[in-house]
Design a protein. Structure first.
Length: 586
């Protein structure tokens, strides 16, 4: 039996090509977002060390993800083409392996083409494809999960040597764990498949048969998982958010009824977008739930010998995903249950579970056995096209929301305006909320997230050309709000006459916090000035003629009552004004 010959293979290739073209177009229109920025900034400022690779990132320890961020930050900073190609490659390889797996489970049945279309086209995986950090939490895990199951099925069917298959499965699981903690679900997935394939046993005896047949595999997987969980506990220090029973129930309903079920049927087709979540209309929830219930009943009545185990496999995987979500995110309320980042991996489990239900069943579930080949062909084509249309509708709803065009416009505008005036210095600030939420503190500073860029961006240095970065990425002249001036200088029109000796400009009232200071001066010759207070100082070149210089005074303990100026003696500088204040937001 070949997976690549015949009309079914041609249909499968058409499904894959459609997926590759569609996702390539959508990826080309997307860009980096949120976590991508601050993780890239961290990678750019770090050496490639073991400490960096196993760094605790909001409770996650993902060495291979960290490696990917480091390689991109140091080799191709903010190259979306490289990221898009990598994500598309992962999904494409996962889809090919899924086709090989479906062929082994279902043989030459048209149902494998329908299931492949669900896996390839489901909009449930769209958000986690167009967002890099989310994609790295989905596709490497799904690929490792599908490869591990494929290896197990080949072993079960006698097409692979046991030691080789065992080592390959353990290695695949280890790679998955190094990418994302969700790979802890791979061993349960393998056991569920082994139970469904244990046709030599009946009923509950399948559990024991699967356990004993692959006992060395389960032993090795248990050791691997144990070592991973111990290491993870030692490397992280994050406690899951507290939640009430009501919140857990609301999250569970959102996750199951309004997220997973509509998503598996190509939805949501209509709904309200709310941040990273989608609230489907009521009719979408009702229709998709009816379809799911009808499909489950049909499989239970006419499926193969493992139909109950196949459905239990799907329900168990969804329940495990929900448990992971409730353990750390339920405190966010029902909206977190709508986030596709926590549900998109259920697609491969649902496809695999339905295939296990269909394995060994009567052709066409006994419904169309007497129909002509032409009628059956029309039914298959109609089913695939109908799912394609549903997925297209769901994709059309989601794409404008998940392509991150604002982030791309922000960085593109900033780089273009800096290229037009590369001598400017930028006032450091938190990135706009649409780019990076301020939840990561200093890691969301522009100086951190833009550090990987090839431009020599300078922040908070003394400059006569200081600029503010607006929320749209444009560079604006600096203006002060809430100005606190220094007292008038004692030297008449010269203000404060500064040469080698120090002169102190006293503010009319003490100031505190991170502030901008505008120094107005004139001098006959270029000379270097130093402004200082406490342990902070800044040097700048005073140019000939009347000028202004901007200084960024960092947040320091205690109040600042003035600045002390000292020159290098090459020329006398007259400081005619010193003003401190907050930058006016552009």
């Amino acid at each position: 039996m070949s997976a690549w010959r015949g009309r079914q293979a041609a249909a499968a290739i058409a499904v894959m090509v459609t997926m590759v073209v569609g996702r390539a177009v959508l990826l080309a229109g997307s860009w980096f977002n949120q976590d991508d920025f601050y993780l890239s900034g961290r990678a750019a400022s770090s050496d490639l060390t073991a400490e960096f690779l196993v760094r605790d990132t909001a409770g996650h320890v993902n060495p291979l993800q960290q490696l990917a961020y480091w390689l991109l930050a140091h080799g191709a900073p903010y190259s979306w083409g490289a990221v898009a190609s990598f994500v598309l490659l992962l999904q494409s390889v996962a889809t090919i392996v899924m086709w090989l797996l479906l062929t082994r489970l279902l043989g030459e049945r048209w149902s494998r083409v329908v299931l492949l279309a669900v896996f390839a086209w489901a909009p449930l995986t769209l958000a986690t494809t167009l967002w890099w950090s989310a994609a790295m939490g989905l596709w490497p895990h799904v690929l490792c999960s599908v490869v591990a199951v494929w290896l197990l099925v080949r072993w079960r069917q006698g097409d692979a040597r046991a030691p080789v298959a065992l080592l390959a499965i353990v290695a695949t699981t280890a790679v998955g764990l190094a990418w994302h903690e969700r790979a802890v679900l791979i061993p349960p997935v393998l056991y569920g498949v082994a139970v469904a394939l244990a046709d030599e046993a009946v009923g509950w005896r399948r559990l024991w048969a699967a356990l004993t047949r692959f006992r060395w595999l389960w032993f090795a997987q248990t050791l691997l998982l144990g070592a991973f969980l111990v290491g993870h506990a030692l490397l992280t220090d994050v406690v899951g958010g507290e939640s009430t029973w009501r919140q857990r129930v609301e999250v569970s309903w959102s996750f199951l009824g309004r997220n997973v079920v509509p998503g598996l049927f190509g939805g949501p087709w209509t709904g309200e977008l709310d941040g990273g979540a989608v609230r489907p209309d009521v009719w979408v929830v009702v229709l998709s739930s009816v379809l799911a219930l009808a499909g489950a009943v049909l499989l239970l009545r006419r499926g193969g010998p493992a139909r109950r185990w196949g459905l239990a496999f799907v329900l168990g995987y969804v329940a495990a995903d929900l448990a992971l979500l409730l353990s750390g995110r339920a405190g966010f309320g029902s909206v977190i249950g709508l986030d596709p980042r926590y549900s998109s991996d259920t697609v491969h489990a649902a496809v695999l579970g339905v295939a296990l239900c269909l394995r060994g069943s009567r052709p066409w579930l006994g419904l169309l056995e007497s129909a002509s080949a032409r009628v059956r062909g029309v039914v298959v084509a109609g089913t695939v096209l109908l799912y394609g249309a549903a997925s297209a509708a769901g994709t059309a709803l989601l794409v404008p929301h998940f392509q991150n065009t604002e982030d791309k416009a922000f960085v593109t505008t900033l780089r273009a305006q800096f290229a037009a005036n590369p001598t400017v210095v930028l006032f450091d600030r938190l990135a706009p909320r649409d780019v990076v939420l301020p939840l990561v503190g200093a890691d969301s500073q522009l100086s951190r997230i833009l550090a990987p860029l090839p431009e020599d961006l300078r922040f908070d240095e003394a400059s006569a050309r200081l600029r503010m970065v607006a929320d749209d990425g444009s560079l604006r002249p600096v203006e002060l709000a809430g100005v606190v001036p220094a007292e008038e200088g004692p030297d008449g029109e010269c203000g404060y006459e500064v040469d080698r000796s120090s002169r102190r400009a006293q503010f009319v009232v003490p100031v505190d916090g991170r502030l901008l200071v505008r120094v107005s001066y004139f001098t006959a010759e270029e000379t270097t000035l130093t402004a200082a207070t406490g342990d902070w100082s800044a040097d700048f070149l005073a140019s000939r003629g009347p000028n202004q210089m901007w200084l960024v005074l960092p947040d320091r303990p205690g109040d600042v009552d003035g600045l002390t100026f000292r020159g290098d003696g090459r020329s006398t500088v007259c400081i005619t004004g010193v003003e401190a204040g907050l930058p006016e937001q552009p």
